[in-house]
Design a protein around this ligand. Structure first.
Ligand SMILES: [Fe+2]
Length: 384
């Protein structure tokens, strides 16, 4: 699975660089030595992304120069994506102008280059904005959510929902420390993490997640695995995270009590889990085994990917909490999310389950966010 994912990323990288180069160099009519230098620069940029990805998973992670290279490589990765979209969009508009010029008094020679320059200018502005947004810390966002049959004792119950922190390649221990302080400041009753906590090996990234031991909530800190835990070898990671005092909720539930009343919080492993001997497949039946009836104890459910709700129908789940999409992370990637997931961000319904999808607190790949700010939702339960 990991190789399939890497193969897909590599194909997109090579294809995008080739496409941008062809269109960009043709636009400037570069020939001879200038063209050769331009191709060389494009090759270096392509390699910078590949090397950054390799470095982020190597023993050099943490080395000053390696870290700077990782950051630069991933920044170009983000700009490359934006430039690919801008080139394609300006090609489409250019085609429209070329066709219009056949019947209307419009000069294609004048307007096609202007459109191209406008698209690239807007792309630069969006890229810089995305970098600034990506550098911001996640903010607490209180979100009231009504739950049918919620016992009176749970009115106002606060669940801090962390997800997609992706600690490792760029976000490190100091960021994790700030994340913990922000989360604790919301005074949650319960903290949950719906997966993709880390990226990388336990040996390298393990020390960076140490601040998570300082997360504080009266009813504890629960987590389920995400696909990046699977990519980073689930078993050693799940063991390490449990050793930090985080409670693994993969295919399990807990009963939270207030006096005689209770709610159930259950979770499943990621849908990529169970394909190797190091992880177990998601199993909602196992997660709710021996749980009290939903009519007495409303059920909150953690699953990394929103579409995992499809496999959890019929368990009377009041609310599923998910991540994985990053809210699209940076526009226009928002639109591609729907190729894989029915919900990009916020609330939606999948079958009989109401699902809340967080934008996530961190990022994957480019340290950029655009029109999808990082946040820490605090779901405040209300009687519905
Ligand atoms: Fe994910």
């Amino acid at each position: 699975m990991q190789f399939l994912f890497l193969g897909m990323v590599l194909s997109i990288l090579v294809g995008s660089h080739f496409y941008i180069a062809k269109r960009f160099f043709a636009f400037f009519s570069w020939t001879g030595g200038a063209l050769k230098i331009a191709w060389l620069i494009m090759l270096v940029l392509l390699l910078s992304v590949v090397v950054a990805m390799l470095l982020s998973r190597s023993d050099l992670l943490g080395n000053f120069f390696a870290d700077k290279f990782i950051w630069l490589g991933f920044v170009w990765f983000g700009f490359m994506f934006l430039f690919t979209i801008a080139t394609f969009a300006s090609d489409l508009v250019g085609c429209g102008i070329w066709l219009a010029a056949k019947w209307l008094p419009v000069s294609a020679d004048l307007w096609i280059p202007r459109v191209r320059i406008a698209f690239y200018g807007i792309t630069l502005i969006l890229g810089v904005t995305a970098l600034i947004e990506g550098a911001k810390l996640p903010k607490i966002e209180e979100i009231p959510v009504s739950i049918a049959n919620l016992p009176q004792e749970f009115e106002g119950y606060r669940i801090a929902h962390l997800t997609d922190t992706h600690i490792g390649p760029i976000l490190r221990e100091s960021w994790a420390q700030q994340l913990v302080e922000i989360t604790n400041s919301a005074k949650p009753d319960l903290i949950v993490h719906s997966g993709d906590i880390i990226d990388g090996s336990v040996e390298k990234v393990g020390p960076m997640v140490r601040p998570l031991t300082e997360l504080r909530a009266p009813d504890g800190v629960l987590f389920v695995s995400g696909n990046h835990e699977v990519y980073s070898l689930s078993k050693p990671w799940l063991r390490h995270l449990k050793s930090l005092g985080l409670y693994l909720l993969d295919n399990k539930h807990i009963v939270v009590k207030r006096g005689e009343s209770s709610i159930v919080v259950a979770g499943i492993s990621d849908k990529h889990s169970g394909k190797d001997s190091l992880s177990m497949a998601p199993d909602p039946g196992q997660a709710f085994k021996n749980a009290p009836p939903a009519a007495q104890a409303p059920r909150i459910f953690l699953a990394h990917q929103p579409n995992q709700a499809e496999s959890a129908q019929g368990y009377d789940i009041a609310l599923q909490l998910s991540g994985h999409t990053h809210g699209g992370q940076f526009w226009p990637f928002h639109h591609f999310i729907y190729l894989q997931q029915p919900i990009r961000a916020g609330f939606g319904k999948i079958g009989d389950i109401r699902v809340f999808v967080s934008n996530g607190a961190g990022f994957w790949g480019p340290p950029m966010r655009l029109f999808a700010p990082a946040h820490i939702p605090v779901l405040v339960l209300q009687r519905g």
